[in-house]
Design a binder for this molecule. Structure first.
Ligand code: SF4
Length: 435
């Protein structure tokens, strides 16, 4: 989300006449796009804001701006402007108010959510794009600040998402990633139900999200090669969504489905409304419909009250599912959340570390096992990076693939290549171009 927000903000700044500089010291305007998921991330932003004091001494005209999840009602920051992400269009007026002499170029910008969605992002990689389809979250997991920082769930209109995807594909984008806190509940939130905006997309069998995938998939004929999404929530991961992923040409055999814990009692304390049995049945259904699907997840170790037994349940579930990869984090209380205010962070740091390392060893073993199935196979790779030594891209299964033999005097970024896998490691594959 932050990556995509920064792309949208760059578009605005560019249109208003700003251009990037190499160091903070030489900037007239410094914008911090903040993340508040972890306290550590917030502390870093505070540190960076403090660093601007010295720059201001040399350049009194400097404007500092904070956007992103940290900006919430009632909080004060030592910056000139604090602005919610979806209100970034309103920065035009606020900068002009402070520095009328800068005479920014006019550009249709308003500080509204609709306007935020309509900003055409300046893409960092021309063949790949992130498209936000919703903001906020209604799930209220007890450890998470997002429903408070990003607000309640709001879906973008169907037509607006489709229009943006069409424009992107017309401009040469080959891979689109739909983003949102819980993408599979797209069009299902309370406010969506109240407005009835997505009613025609739910027929009792299909969900608005699977309808959206089916509509975007039609862009395959125009050059769209891959359609991804992140992150879904197990509660809303429906059968019709699995069917759509299995059937469509552009959807990829890769699903990142956060589980957070393999213990039912721990899931209850986290306010994650599913059981490990339900989660495993979703995985089984995915594997039956999409046999070679790569599956990754997020896990938290050492959550409030996590016992040895509960942790062992997570390890057992990990092995049962055999994840391709997981993002492991040690629980740390996030001020303002239910867990931080009402529950005890009573797993000692040393125990959290021990559990994290144990799970990480399991993760490595299964990552290698999962990658071994690609040895000798030919995979399709979209090239994302190029340097003197190698090309780096991703397969449809989201595996990082390195290619050492290639013509150096050509720009390969954005090319889709067939690659035969010769070497397999835990975190990456290595192969040779076949055509
Ligand atoms: S689903 Fe839970 S963890 Fe994810 S954004 Fe919403 S509250 Fe946070």
């Amino acid at each position: 989300m932050n990556y995509s927000d920064s792309e949208r903000l760059t578009t605005l700044l560019d249109a208003w006449g700003f251009s990037p500089v190499k160091t903070m010291q030489s900037a007239d305007l410094i914008v911090f796009n903040s993340c508040s998921v972890k306290q550590k991330a917030e502390d870093k932003v505070y540190g960076q804001i403090a660093n601007t004091r010295a720059i201001r001494k040399k350049n009194p005209k400097l404007i500092t701006v904070l956007i992103g999840c940290m900006v919430q009602k009632g909080r004060r920051f030592k910056v000139d402007i604090a602005c919610k992400t979806e209100e970034m269009g309103g920065l035009y007026d606020r900068i002009t108010e402070l520095r009328p002499e800068w005479k920014l170029k006019d550009f249709n910008a308003k500080g509204s959510l609709e306007n935020y969605f309509e900003i055409n992002p300046k893409l960092t990689t021309p063949s790949q794009a992130f498209v936000p389809i919703m903001t906020g979250c209604d799930k209220f997991c007890t450890y998470c600040i997002v429903p408070y920082s990003r607000g309640r769930e709001k879906s973008r209109t169907f037509d607006s998402v489709i229009d943006e995807c069409k424009k992107l594909v017309e401009n040469g984008v080959k891979e689109i990633t739909l983003i949102g806190q819980t993408v599979d509940s797209y069009g299902l939130s309370l406010s969506d139900k109240k407005s009835g905006k997505f009613k025609k997309y739910t027929d009792g069998i299909s969900t608005p999200f699977s309808k959206l995938l089916r509509e975007i998939d039609k862009l395959h004929a125009k050059g769209l090669n891959r359609l991804r999404f992140t992150s879904p929530h197990p509660k809303d991961f429906s059968d019709d969504l699995i069917e759509a992923i299995a059937e469509l040409k552009t959807t990829c055999p890769y699903i990142h489905l956060p589980v957070q814990s393999g213990s039912n009692s721990c899931l209850r304390r986290m306010n994650r409304p599913y059981t490990r049995e339900k989660y495993i049945s979703i995985i089984n259904h995915i594997r039956a419909a999409i046999p070679d699907c790569a599956i990754t997840t997020d896990l938290i170790v050492g959550f409030c009250g996590e016992t040895e037994e509960e942790f062992e349940d997570t390890c057992k579930m990990y092995k049962e599912v055999g994840f391709d990869m997981a993002y492991l984090s040690r629980y740390s209380p996030r001020k303002g959340t239910f867990a931080a205010e009402k529950m005890k962070d009573n797993v000692p740091a040393a125990v959290k570390a021990k559990r994290w390392h144990k799970l990480n060893l399991i993760l490595k073993k299964y990552a290698l096992k999962a990658n071994k199935r690609f040895a000798g196979l030919e995979v399709e790779v979209l090239i994302e990076k190029q340097n003197e030594k190698e090309l780096i891209g991703r397969s449809r299964e989201y595996k990082e693939v390195h290619i050492k033999k290639f013509k150096k005097n050509k720009n390969w970024i954005g090319e889709v290549l067939n690659v035969k896998i010769k070497k397999v490691r835990e975190w990456e594959l290595e192969g040779e171009i076949t055509k």
